[in-house]
Ligand binder design. Structure first.
Ligand SMILES: Nc1ncnc2c1ncn2[C@@H]1O[C@H](COP(=O)(O)OP(=O)(O)OP(=O)(O)O)[C@@H](O)[C@H]1O
Length: 271
């Protein structure tokens, strides 16, 4: 596939970025970036600082609106949909910086993630006594408990989020993002700032989410070891343009990628 143009989505395409461009005034954050993520894939976006990775993820989640191009999700053009409407279609995300409620318990932080699924409101409040709301609440609790077990955070379920170690807070953030059981989860630097053990744990959870829960994953991550280890396919951005896309080994061997990356590494080493 040529850099810049997405191929026709195959039958199992879940998300397609079609020639997406984004500009902030004179700054071109993205220039005609195109790619397709298939259902069930673990797809990573890498690239040097300022390459446009977060901009791309923000265009997918709806936080930014592309200057040109389209985002297709489940075959539908979602380019102009609000983030909340995208979430309802099964698109979830985490943020580069933690976005937890520090004074709320882990359990409540995750419950917030399911909040908009609560269908009962004031009008149906009378039905509470007939058990409708209660049933719903119970099923939410069960779903949240399953996530707590999966991410191995039972021991801190009652703790205030703000009192947890950084690695655990990142895990709770992931828990909240998957509380709605999205079909596609966007992970923005899920291992940033973690120590080796925390990274290994997080990598295992991401792999299990993908393999066992069937969640499609689009991940931005700077740790090349982890990216190359767990991704099915990798896309490389540089100065807002796609310079490579493919299986990890092929991408690593690509001369454009080596120049973009090794150049950066050499500069860092020399600094
Ligand atoms: N809200 C904004 N306003 C103006 N310029 C922005 C904004 N967001 C991003 N940019 C610019 O767009 C370009 C791409 O930034 P982006 O954050 O998407 O890169 P990135 O690859 O995620 O970088 P990093 O690895 O450092 O997080 C950069 O030149 C950045 O300065």
């Amino acid at each position: 596939m040529q850099a810049g143009t997405a191929g026709a989505p195959s039958d199992d395409a879940l998300l397609t970025a079609d020639a997406v461009s984004l500009a902030f005034g004179g700054v071109k954050a993205l220039t005609e970036v195109g790619f397709t993520v298939r259902r069930g894939e673990l797809f990573s976006i890498i690239g040097p600082n300022g390459a446009g990775k977060t901009s791309m993820v923000n265009c997918i989640s709806g936080r930014y609106s592309p200057t040109a191009g389209r985002i297709l999700y489940k075959g539908r053009d979602i380019t102009r949909l609000k983030p909340s409407a995208r979430a309802e279609l099964g698109l979830g995300r985490t943020f580069q910086n933690l976005a937890l409620f520090a004074h709320m318990s882990v359990l409540d932080n995750i419950m917030v993630g399911r909040h908009h699924l609560l269908k009962n409101n004031v009008l149906t409040g009378a039905l509470w006594w007939l058990g409708g709301a209660r049933q719903e609440e119970l099923s939410h609790r069960r779903a949240v408990e399953e996530i707590i077990d999966f991410l191995e955070i039972q021991h801190v379920r009652r703790a205030l989020a703000g009192t947890l170690s950084y690695g655990l807070r990142k895990r709770v953030e992931l828990a909240r993002a998957i509380a709605l059981r999205p079909d596609l989860i966007l992970l923005d630097e899920p291992m940033a700032g973690m120590n080796l053990e925390e990274k290994e744990d997080m990598a295992r959870f991401i792999v299990d989410l993908n393999a066992e829960w069937g969640m499609t994953v689009i991940m931005i991550e700077h740790d090349m070891g982890v990216v190359m280890d767990i991704s099915h396919r990798v896309m490389v951005l540089d100065f807002g343009r796609k310079i490579a896309e493919g299986e990890p080994e092929a991408v690593l061997a690509d001369p454009h990628v080596r120049r973009a990356y090794l150049g950066e590494v050499d500069e860092e080493a020399a600094a």
